[in-house]
Design a protein around this ligand. Structure first.
Ligand SMILES: Cc1ncc(COP(=O)(O)O)c(C=O)c1O
Length: 450
């Protein structure tokens, strides 16, 4: 990673307010200067990168992080069984989301796994998921030996298409996992209505959507259980970490017990182990770090949201680049990712991979999104295994493969672009330079083909 000449502390002190004030100014772009910059030689062909100075590094470290972390370290009660920092974090995160209960875990993957366990999803059951997500959503289902059934994608929003959901429900469907990808919220009105109609549980995979909101309510608390990740790249990071949140006490009891080797939340082991379980406890120093990071989450999200709005305005003027759309019911976006569509035609047919290479050279961290999860070879291998053959009749598995196509998602996988959230933590000028970089690539698209 590049090192910023401005320290992160200096950046954090000055940039939120400066960007907030600057963003009130009307958008006048491209200026004469930036028009000239847009025509100059792309960095991939030897020109000077359009983005001046690196974007802020992530994760950010401030004195409060060091203080809280070192305090937890010195207390030597590193495991939650001997102190209460993790409980304090759980309460703070639950309050932030407006939910009753939170259990911190080792990571987002195991939060999903725990949620499936708590909702009694097991071998032989079917679970609906989008094919456009990180592989962990799929792996959590496979860990339970359930059948992952893919629902095609709404290409505009990058989210699960609720119109395709009902057709995938069978008598064995127990659960649906909408993934709020990149901070955009899936169409929760339609998904919850379908879930209620067909009596299936809803796990929100909110690993990329901390404090995103749907009609003024934070995600995670909209379905039965919400799952979060606090892995380093996430907008609330502690290295590795996760959480399950819920409004239901019965689920809270099961989640808590499962993450703590099956100890009952209220009786401990006095009556013996009442539950099955694993050890998925978060450490105390991670919780301390999260409590520190939490104090900055709102301001950072506002900064990203303002920059994202500005960038979307600038990109409107560039045919071939189309930002992902949010549903009108979404009232806040934490912006883990800035997602876009790339249409190569207005770029003289420049392949997406080459566009990405050129944009990276301009100083913008960007990549091509996900591959279709429904086509991953390991899925076929597992579903052909003797375990799955024992659990699902041959005619179900045959039909599964016959109906496994998600054509809209295939298209998205070819045209998607992800810009990481560090770019949105930059200054207003850097946001303008991103647009300059794209214009420059467009102006030189023919030469870049070679
Ligand atoms: C959508 C989604 N689900 C689940 C996970 C898994 O989280 P973790 O990496 O904390 O296990 C991630 C992590 O990137 C994710 O993006």
């Amino acid at each position: 990673m590049k090192t910023s000449p401005v320290t992160r502390r200096q950046f954090v002190k000055t940039s939120y307010t400066a960007a907030g004030a600057a963003l009130l100014a009307p958008v006048v772009f491209p200026s004469a200067d930036s028009q000239a910059a847009s025509q100059s030689k792309p960095a991939l062909l030897g020109g000077k990168p359009a983005v001046e100075g690196p974007f802020p590094e992530w994760p950010m470290i401030e004195p409060l992080d060091e203080e809280k972390f070192m305090d937890a370290l010195r207390r030597k009660a590193w495991c939650r069984l001997y102190d209460n920092i993790t409980t304090t974090f759980e309460n703070a995160w639950a309050e932030k989301l407006g939910v009753k209960y939170c259990v911190a875990t080792v990571n987002g993957t195991n939060s999903l796994y725990t949620a499936l366990y708590a909702l009694d999803v097991g071998p032989g059951d079917e679970v609906l998921i989008p094919p456009y997500t990180f592989v962990a959503t799929l792996n959590a289902i496979l860990q339970q030996y359930a059948l992952p059934v893919f629902v095609d994608t709404d290409i505009q929003t990058f989210q699960m298409d609720p119109q395709s959901m009902a057709g995938k429900i069978t008598e064995n469907t127990r659960c649906v996992i909408p993934v709020h990808l990149g901070g955009i919220v899936a169409d929760m009105d339609a998904i919850l209505a379908n879930a209620q109609k067909y009596q299936i549980a809803v796990i929100e995979d909110a690993c990329q959507a901390h404090i995103s909101e749907w009609k003024g309510r934070r995600v995670g608390g909209l379905g039965d259980i919400g799952c979060f990740s606090f892995q380093s790249t996430k907008i609330l990071p502690c290295g590795e970490g996760g959480a399950c949140v819920t409004q239901r006490e019965d689920l809270y009891d099961k989640i808590h017990a499962f993450h703590n080797n099956g100890r009952d939340r209220l009786t401990g082991t006095r009556k013996g182990y009442l539950h099955q379980g694993s050890n998925l406890r978060m450490t105390e120093y991670q919780s301390a770090l999260l409590l520190a990071q939490l104090t900055r989450l709102d301001a950072q999200c506002r900064h990203r949201e303002e920059n994202a709005k500005y960038l979307s305005e600038l990109l409107k003027e560039i045919p071939g680049i189309r930002p992902a759309v949010q549903y009108p019911q979404q009232s806040k976006n934490g912006y883990y990712l800035y997602m876009m569509h790339y249409d190569k035609e207005p770029f003289e047919g420049l392949p997406r991979a080459r566009f990405i290479e050129a944009l990276n050279k301009e100083g913008v961290s960007c990549y091509g999104g996900y591959r279709p999860l429904n086509k991953e070879p390991f899925l076929k291998t597992l579903l052909d295994s003797r375990w799955y053959k024992k659990l699902f009749p041959p005619e179900r598995l045959k039909q599964y493969w016959e109906t496994n196509e998600c054509p809209v998602n295939d298209r998205l996988c070819e045209e998607g672009l992800f810009m990481s959230h560090e770019c949105l933590m930059g200054t207003r000028s850097q946001i303008e330079q991103i647009a300059v970089a794209i214009r420059r690539i467009k102006a030189h698209a023919k030469e870049l083909q070679a």
